[in-house]
Design a protein around this ligand. Structure first.
Ligand code: ASP
Length: 593
């Protein structure tokens, strides 16, 4: 139908007759001449109809916003006075000769150029309209460029794109499963994959050696913090490569991607241990653009009587840490109160602080409600350790180490954002040497997933699960975990040992993971891989603030689709066929019966 995209026209096309198809972005009537801004995925061009072409002029007069048109006309240069520098095609316009209305449009539910005033629910309900906006088009176009660059890289490195099932058994990644009832096996359910983890491992057992898939994953989580119940991973697995080789190849992939798509040269990724990341940043995904760091002062606080500090300092599971904010002495009491509220979200019971007014004056030059509880020598030693200078503020966390790390780790980011201390650019790193397990409800749970290999042998692992490290690695960029993976367990006895530590007894292990345990005894090669969160990667690369903005049809915070009204009710007949009887209907649940 068309000869050119609207947005692709330029002065090169002057005097050409072109046929365009697109939507009416704007229509203006200027003294007997009609201007139509015609829009397609490449951009907008101005089309002018004058009364010479009577029939088409009349039709142009009748069109409204978002009508779909086919227009034929001649490209001409705009006069100097009418050149529009703000428009990519602003040097030219099309003198319309023929206009066909391919379809009319009802008045749009919201102005496409005033989207910011529209609630997200409305945007999601009319997503096909929202997606017509330039910004959204650009994001999805970039997303497509990203997946294509990733595919090109992986194809060129000998990776094979292999699909894995969506109807499957539970694949534990720490979330709830989405279940699908089986009609042919009454009373039984499939689970949607939380990731292709076990299948990709089995592909290594099968000898495919290098696998990838741009895979949908499903996790039924409480949708805090910008998550989606279904999301996309760039899922990768390899055999016969160790962690250094896997990190190197995927680092090259990400660097190449940034170069191809954004023309950005990423720096070499430093490797940091989990322990160091927690110690210095209170987080296993530190944002290295922020110059602030946590400093432990437990040893000093063991010398004070102040219980709030002394208790955690003496407790092996406790931590007392300081966060010095350069130039932060100007932070007001009200802001400190707000920060105190903020850290309470993470369980901190207060936020002690010291302002440094005149470091040369010793304790006299400091201002703080807690100074009276500390001997002057301790304060002096602390100031020296922190390298405190005039104009600084120092915040403190004292509690269980986990609370201190979470609270000060989050405060570090918040204060840096408020004070304009976040540097521009990209700060990637690898975090390595994670613990195998963390304590939960009196038992152990895996920090990654139960198929991650430890860096010790099975006997050592069983003897001290709490201190064992794993062969896992996470790629972090600007404080966001872009991806993570590990070397896997490839021997049955080790896998059984890990199940044992996780309190999965033999019967349960056989029931749930019998196929994996079996496969491990038929010549499973050493293997490992990782997965990148594609949505998060696209969000960072497009500078978007939510993953919903880089997914064509995302779900709301309550895991629903307001456009299709999913999830929806199911008729009695269909339920019967599935051998399902509802304990309560939706109406009853809503009424709270
Ligand atoms: N399956 C893991 C995940 O979804 C990634 C991996 O270990 O490869 O987080």
């Amino acid at each position: 139908m068309r000869s050119h995209y609207c947005g692709a026209l330029s002065t090169i096309n002057i005097d050409e007759t072109v046929t365009l198809c697109g939507w009416v972005d704007r229509r203006r009537d200027h003294g007997g001449v009609i201007f139509l801004d015609l829009r397609d995925r490449q951009g907008i061009v101005q089309v002018v109809f004058d009364p010479d072409t009577e029939e088409h002029f009349k039709r142009a007069d009748s069109v409204r916003s978002e009508f779909v048109l086919k227009v034929t006309g001649r490209v001409r240069a705009r006069s100097d006075a009418t050149v529009n520098a703000a428009m990519a095609t602003g040097q030219i316009e099309v003198l319309g000769k023929e206009l066909e209305i391919l379809n009319a449009a009802a008045t749009p539910p919201f102005q496409l150029d005033e989207y910011t005033n529209v609630g997200e629910d409305v945007r999601l309900q009319y997503r096909y309209m929202d997606l017509r906006r330039r910004e959204m088009q650009e994001r999805l176009i970039l997303r497509s460029k990203i997946t294509s660059a990733v595919r090109n890289f992986l194809d060129s490195e000998g990776f094979l794109d292999i699909e894995t099932p969506i109807l499957t058994r539970a694949t534990p990644e720490g979330a709830r499963d989405y279940l699908v009832p089986s009609r042919t096996h009454p009373g039984q359910f499939f689970a949607l994959p939380q990731s292709p983890q076990l299948f990709k491992q089995l592909l290594m057992v099968a000898g495919f050696d290098r696998y990838y898939q741009i895979a949908k994953c499903f996790r039924d989580e409480d949708l805090r913090a910008d998550r989606q119940p279904e999301f996309t991973q760039i899922d990768i697995e390899t055999a016969f490569l160790d962690e250094q080789e896997i990190m190197a190849i995927t680092e090259r992939m990400i660097c190449g991607l940034f170069k191809t798509v954004l023309d950005v040269d990423l720096p070499t990724f430093p490797h940091m241990t989990y322990a160091e990341a927690m110690e210095r940043y209170g987080s296993d995904k530190p944002d290295l653009r922020i110059p602030l760091e946590l400093v432990s002062v437990d040893d000093l606080m063991q010398q004070v009587d102040f219980k709030v500090f002394r208790g955690p300092a003496d407790d092996p599971a406790g931590r007392v840490a300081a966060l010095k904010v350069t130039g932060g002495a100007s932070i007001s009491r009200k802001d400190i109160d707000d920060y105190t509220k903020y850290v309470s979200i993470f369980g901190a019971r207060g936020l002690a602080w010291i302002k440094v007014n005149d470091i040369a004056a010793g304790v006299e030059g400091l201002q703080s409600p807690i100074l009276k509880f500390m001997p002057d020598e301790v304060v002096a030693q602390m100031m020296e350790r922190l390298g405190a200078a005039d104009g600084d503020i120092i915040f403190f966390g004292a509690d269980r180490a986990q609370v201190v790390n979470e609270a000060l780790g989050a405060l570090r980011i918040k204060v840096a954002e408020d004070q304009g201390l976040v540097a521009d650019g990209w700060a990637p790193l690898w975090v390595v040497d994670f613990p195998m397990f963390e304590e939960a409800n009196g038992g152990w749970t895996p920090l990654h997933h139960p198929f991650t290999a430890p860096s010790c042998d099975a006997a050592e692992l069983v003897a001290s699960p709490g201190t064992a490290l794993s062969r896992a690695y996470d790629m972090v960029l600007n404080g966001t975990e872009l991806g993570g993976g590990s070397i896997r367990i490839h021997k049955r006895d080790m896998q059984e040992a890990v199940f044992g530590i996780l309190n999965i007894d033999e019967t349960e292990a056989k029931e749930k993971f019998g196929f994996l345990l079996n496969a491990l005894q038929y010549g499973a090669p050493p293997h490992g891989g990782l997965a990148f969160g594609l949505d998060r990667l696209v969000m960072l690369m497009t500078g978007s603030s939510s993953i919903r903005d880089v997914i064509a049809f995302p779900k709301t915070q309550s895991a629903a689709c307001v456009m299709t009204n999913a999830p929806g009710d199911v008729g009695a007949e269909q339920l019967k066929e599935l051998n399902i009887r509802l304990r309560q209907t939706r109406e009853e649940v809503e009424k709270g019966e």
